[in-house]
Design a protein around this ligand. Structure first.
Ligand code: G3P
Length: 304
């Protein structure tokens, strides 16, 4: 169970600098109670899933990636671009993250312009790393170089595939507008790779034995239970960003259930991107159902 850690004074001060998401309405004497609440995005490229959430005022933007575009039916780059363009128009002026698929610096910067032309609300999603894994002799700093070049051009970026705090720091230093730590994939990975002969918990975190233990940057530096790795990562990033007054927004991604959603909020995420199937359940609770049935029944006493 993720133990909620107290927000430091620096974290609270950073929040003061973050954007107002629910502005007060002119002439309305009631100030919006969640003016600086966390923004919620929908992690989907399927228009039919997004439309009801948008209409209900539940979301403030969306995030897409090649996997989600494939799920939405794209079978070619042309079709993917048509879907992305449609989504930008549907969400405008709310932000829509569109991911680069090119793998080398100049081509990525060029593709960013192509994606930017799909809508004024397009945010360019740049993978943080993984380039040597997909390009022979790939430059590990490709993503960081692209983020810096896009920042210089005044283009907003969302840096994806973030799994530790150092990646989050360097992405911010390069000029990232948002960073996307993948909350759900981290405990999945740890569950697969953890070594049962080691002490329980986040044991992969330790590389050495005895007093000479070293942090392995693959894992959450602050350790803790394996299943807490996601929210602890968010907390670590939020604390480090606060320590240095960094205003890159922490967009928690790869959320699979309402518990993880709450954990992100406790950990200090600025934005949550949530799959449509999870968002569609946010108003539900079995006790709400039972309560409604009871109230409806009792209201019959005076409904005539
Ligand atoms: O926004 C990132 C998200 O789409 C990844 O989610 O569930 O594939 O880890 P998942």
């Amino acid at each position: 169970m993720f133990e909620a850690l107290p927000n430091s004074a620096a974290m609270l001060a950073r929040r003061e600098k973050m954007p107002v998401i629910n502005p007060n309405k002119k002439g309305n004497p009631i100030k919006h109670p969640a003016a600086k609440g966390p923004r919620i995005f929908c992690d989907s490229a399927v228009k039919a899933d997004i439309a009801p959430l948008l209409k209900a005022g539940l979301i403030h933007g969306i995030t897409t990636n090649p996997t989600l575009l494939k799920k939405a039916g794209a079978k070619s780059w042309k079709e993917a671009k048509a879907i992305m363009k449609d989504l930008c128009a549907m969400l405008y002026p709310l932000p829509v993250s569109l991911e680069l698929t090119e793998l080398t610096e100049d081509k990525m910067v060029k593709q960013a312009t192509e994606l930017g032309a799909l809508g004024k609300n397009a945010i360019i999603k740049v993978p943080m790393g993984g380039y040597p894994a997909v390009v022979d002799g790939g430059d590990p700093f490709t993503g960081l170089k692209v983020i810096r070049r896009l920042w210089e051009k005044g283009i907003k970026t969302n840096v994806t595939l973030i799994f530790n705090t150092t990646q989050a720091l360097w992405a911010a230093n390069a000029g990232a507008t948002y960073i996307s730590p993948f909350l759900g994939r981290l405990p999945d990975y740890l569950a697969k790779n953890d070594d049962p002969s080691r002490p329980s918990g986040n044991s992969l975190y330790w590389m050495g034995e005895g007093a000479q233990k070293h942090a392995n940057s693959e894992f959450v530096a602050s350790g803790g239970e394996r299943r807490d790795a996601g929210p602890r990562l968010i907390f670590e990033i939020a604390q480090v960003y606060a320590n240095y007054g960094i205003t890159t927004e922490i967009l928690a991604a790869s959320i699979r259930n309402p518990v993880q959603l709450t954990e992100c909020l406790l950990a200090g995420a600025d934005i949550l991107t949530v799959p449509a199937n999870v968002l569609s359940t946010v108003a539900d609770h079995p006790l709400s159902d039972a309560g409604m049935v009871g109230f409806l029944e009792d209201s019959k006493a005076f409904s005539k």
